[in-house]
Design a protein around this ligand. Sequence first.
Ligand SMILES: Cc1cc2nc3c(=O)[nH]c(=O)nc-3n(C[C@H](O)[C@H](O)[C@H](O)COP(=O)(O)OP(=O)(O)OC[C@H]3O[C@@H](n4cnc5c(N)ncnc54)[C@H](O)[C@@H]3O)c2cc1C
Length: 398
Amino acid sequence: MPAQPPSTLPPFDPSDPLGLDDLLTDEDRAVRGTVRRWAADRVLPHIADWYERGELPGIRELARELGSLGALGMSLTGYGCAGASAVQYGLACLELEAADSGIRSLVSVQGSLAMYAIWRFGSKEQKQEWLPRMAAGEVIGCFGLTEPDHGSDPAGMRTHARKDGTDWVLTGRKMWITNGSVAGVAVVWARTDDGIRGFVVPTDTPGFSAPEITRKWSLRASVTSELVLDEVRLPADAVLPEVTGLRGPLHCLSHARYGIVWGAMGAARSCFEAALEYAGTREQFGKPIGGFQLTQAKLADMAVELHKGILLAHHLGRRLDAGKLRPEQISFGKLNNVREAIEICRTARTILGANGISLEYPVMRHATNLESVLTYEGTVEMHQLVLGKALTGLDAFR
Ligand SMILES: Cc1cc2nc3c(=O)[nH]c(=O)nc-3n(C[C@H](O)[C@H](O)[C@H](O)COP(=O)(O)OP(=O)(O)OC[C@H]3O[C@@H](n4cnc5c(N)ncnc54)[C@H](O)[C@@H]3O)c2cc1C
């Protein structure tokens, strides 16, 4: 193929070296722009302070604003949800996580875990009761699967629900639950005589409490809690009727993981941008450190992994929109993109030298946040085992 004269080529854009913007529709760009502007206005000016204090102040107000942007349950349809495409939902996750993984976690848990569980497996009444208020951000939801002794292997969960007349009575403990202490509704998974079932638990039900987990060094601007269920009595219709077994929570987790595939690249983008800018202005040995080959090698490798990751996320989004995305493909994306994002953040940290450890820059905050993202929604090892099983046909989980 004859080479095109350079003058007819579009200019090289350091923020989009592969020209991935061409893959987006005008509507995709509009969604991305709206979320990016909201995050720039409402999160970025405060996030270092929130992170330092280990708080997410005004979380209810933020949730309502995210609701009015259409970001909660964004790709769900009906009940006040935006009915956006999977690609648009992904772009929103990327922009939110470019601000902070804690904000993206708030949105993921609300939309892809709590709302999605009700939307996919709930009764008509449950959907009508909860989804419109959750989409508007008036009610915050949480999703209780993990327990103190059962994380990667939730099949062994101890939380149980027994029948008492027509009521259900729930007892047990859940651990590391995002949004727990601020939630108005909790989707709780519990063992029953018929297998694992999901329950929609209003958090003002007697016997329910959600003490906040403090002293975290990651996702500090995110509420993480324990859920304590002490003989929580619920009516017969509190159970999610449309699913039995671990298939229920695992299906919801797949949906949330898809958002993380995009989100992680947002954290990585923020760190890359900080490193690129720093490399252009910081001078050592008489010239900008970006002029040294070793720094350029780092920046080039970071850019390659960042934009490969975005391309992968986009590909998975298109498959999801086409109804063709397999769980193993989501594992592929989560495994790669979170692992590469954390590497990009760590490399950015080295380019910033001592300043890299300061909260004046976003780099260390993103890197420590990604330590949680690496672990939740399936650890690296779990996704390696999912792919290993799909590749070999051999189950190495046990
Ligand atoms: C900030 C934060 C927020 C969270 N939010 C939620 C939430 O909203 N809802 C919720 O339900 N949970 C939530 N979690 C919990 C999260 O999903 C779990 O931490 C995760 O599933 C891992 O469980 P674990 O921490 O018990 O680790 P473990 O399962 O104990 O694993 C410890 C290590 O052993 C490895 N391992 C385990 N089994 C194997 C094996 N078969 N082969 C090889 N290696 C193995 C793991 O990969 C990991 O490296 C959150 C966690 C964090 C940190």
